[in-house]
Write a protein that binds this ligand. Structure first.
Ligand code: HEC
Ligand code: HEC
Ligand code: HEC
Ligand code: HEC
Length: 131
């Protein structure tokens, strides 16, 4: 009898772990980390982007970037609304939307003394095809 106790404890712990994992996964669609941003037909190097930096380190809300989604925790890609060339329903083309979102905040941060990429090559740095 004495031997079965640890097994029961382990079993309960395992069930808890599974339940918690499933619940967390259901509550939030997880973004890949890191992400590599690249528009169709892009000429410059792709842009690496980290949710860990922006969400965990500097504590931004999802809505700071996923600004029009009904549920910002389950966002669509920016290009769903921001087309490659045309303006659709007032939404500027994708390149302008990305630049405005990323660069406005990075410039403001830099002005406050928090170092964030502002030069072309600091964002456009990932070689296409490389990992
Ligand atoms: C804060 C980050 C950031 C900075 C700084 C930045 N970009 Fe971008 N840029 C992006 C993102 C994100 C995209 C969309 C993903 C992609 O690269 O295709 C983009 C897209 C583009 C595109 C369209 C896609 C392509 O590669 O043809 C061009 C052109 C571009 N940027 C030029 C520039 C130039 C020129 C500069 C410097 C004057 C610059 N960017 C600085 C983040 C940045
Ligand atoms: C600083 C800006 C920023 C913040 C804050 C942010 N995201 Fe994102 N997220 C992005 C960008 C940019 C993409 C790439 C979108 C694309 O490919 O068009 C993305 C993509 C995603 C994707 C993948 C979407 C897809 O279908 O490919 C998910 C999921 C996601 N984010 C969830 C979240 C959640 C949840 C939060 C809040 C906890 C969050 N994001 C906060 C910028 C941000
Ligand atoms: C569901 C549609 C939708 C999605 C998804 C979406 N946007 Fe937008 N966005 C719009 C519309 C519509 C506008 C123009 C009207 C407005 O700003 O209210 C806009 C405007 C913008 C602007 C300009 C705001 C200004 O003040 O000039 C930026 C920057 C922007 N979006 C960035 C992004 C980024 C980055 C993503 C992805 C992380 C994204 N958007 C996803 C619909 C969308
Ligand atoms: C609302 C503010 C804000 C927005 C929006 C934002 N950033 Fe940032 N980003 C920061 C700050 C602040 C830092 C510096 C973080 C640190 O290292 O403490 C940073 C750092 C970075 C870095 C360098 C650190 C790392 O994670 O590699 C990259 C690359 C970057 N951002 C890309 C982007 C791109 C691409 C976008 C647009 C899709 C974006 N950011 C949008 C505030 C922002």
């Amino acid at each position: 009898m004495r031997r079965s106790l640890p097994a029961v404890t382990l079993c309960v712990a395992a069930v808890f772990f599974v339940v918690i994992t499933i619940c967390t996964a259901a509550a939030q669609k997880k973004a890949p980390e890191p992400m590599i941003l690249l528009l169709e037909g892009a000429k410059l190097a792709p842009v690496p982007f980290s949710h860990t930096t922006h969400v965990e380190k500097i504590k931004l809300d999802c809505i700071a970037c996923h600004h029009k989604d009904k549920n910002p925790k389950e966002p669509d890609k920016c290009v769903t609304c921001h087309l490659l060339k045309e303006v659709k329903e007032g939404a500027p083309p994708a390149k302008d939307a990305f630049h405005k979102n990323c660069q406005t905040c990075h410039k403001e941060s830099a002005a406050k003394g928090i170092k964030a990429p502002v030069k072309c090559a600091e964002c456009h740095k990932k070689q296409a095809g490389a990992n």
